[in-house]
Design a protein. Structure first.
Length: 257
């Protein structure tokens, strides 16, 4: 379904503009899940139309050295990926929240009314994804194997239903109706790089002295990152915590300690 007349650079430009808009919404205190919904929809559509900005797959192509699949020179792609890691150091994982099509399609799927599972603390998924990241590097650098293609990420967005890999990623997307972002939390190699950066982000969600310790944010958070001791590396800035907080100013996005 990829439309060849639309350059993949359009996805990168959208990524920058969407990131800037979402970061401004958070910074200005105007972010709501309703306002985030159009970004999720556009991101998913771009994933199907031009397969961009699918950041984990772009990282896959960089590691494999496949400039042709990137649609841009290899140094430019590396620079773009590094730029968003740097932005995560400032603003957190905005790119994962509503911009990357792989994350956006799972976020939309999680809206399906179904009993949710896997609301565990965030350390276990991090350990699993670290192991997967090592496998990702060994497969790409040592064996020239495209792990994300085997999982079906490109096949899903290209609607290549003739292959088995399409149904592998389709199963992951369907699973995300009950388990929050299984690909992002357990597999995504780019997320393995963004999480450490986000855990040290200059701007992040934080509690203030107005917090009444009702723990509504902790119950609403699907990754366990609303816990006071969490480092926010797995915070996707979905907005569930701020949406349920009953006290204005108790949970704010601003400079972290």
């Amino acid at each position: 379904m990829v439309i060849e007349s639309i350059p993949k650079a359009a996805g990168f430009i959208y990524g920058l503009l969407a990131f800037a808009a979402l970061a401004w919404l958070w910074y200005s205190g105007r972010f709501t899940r309703r306002r985030a919904l159009p970004f999720l929809i556009v991101s998913v559509l771009l994933g199907f139309l031009v397969f961009a900005p699918v950041f984990p797959y772009q990282l896959q192509m960089v590691v494999l050295g496949n400039a042709a699949a990137l649609g841009s020179p290899l140094p430019a792609a590396i620079g773009g990926l590094l730029a968003f890691i740097a932005l995560a150091l400032v603003f957190g994982r905005v790119i994962c929240g509503q911009v990357c099509p792989a994350g956006a399609v799972q976020e939309l799927m999680y809206l399906v009314p179904a009993k949710k599972r896997g609301r565990a603390e965030s350390r276990a998924p991090v350990v699993v994804r670290a192991g997967v990241f090592i496998i990702f590097l060994v497969a790409a650098l040592g064996l020239s194997v495209n792990l994300l293609a085997l999982i079906g990420l490109p096949a899903f967005f290209h609607l290549a239903i003739a292959g088995v890999s399409f149904f592998v990623f389709l199963a992951i997307v369907l699973l995300s109706a009950v388990v929050y972002r299984p690909f992002c939390r357990y597999v995504c190699p780019y997320g393995a790089l963004l999480a450490p950066a986000a855990s040290r982000a200059l701007y992040r969600l934080r509690r203030t002295d107005a917090c009444i310790k009702c723990r509504k944010c902790e119950r609403a958070c699907p990754t366990g990152e609303a816990d006071p001791s969490a480092r926010l590396g797995e915070c996707y800035l979905c907005g569930r915590c701020t949406e349920v907080c009953p006290v204005d100013g108790a949970l704010v996005y601003g400079r972290g300690k």
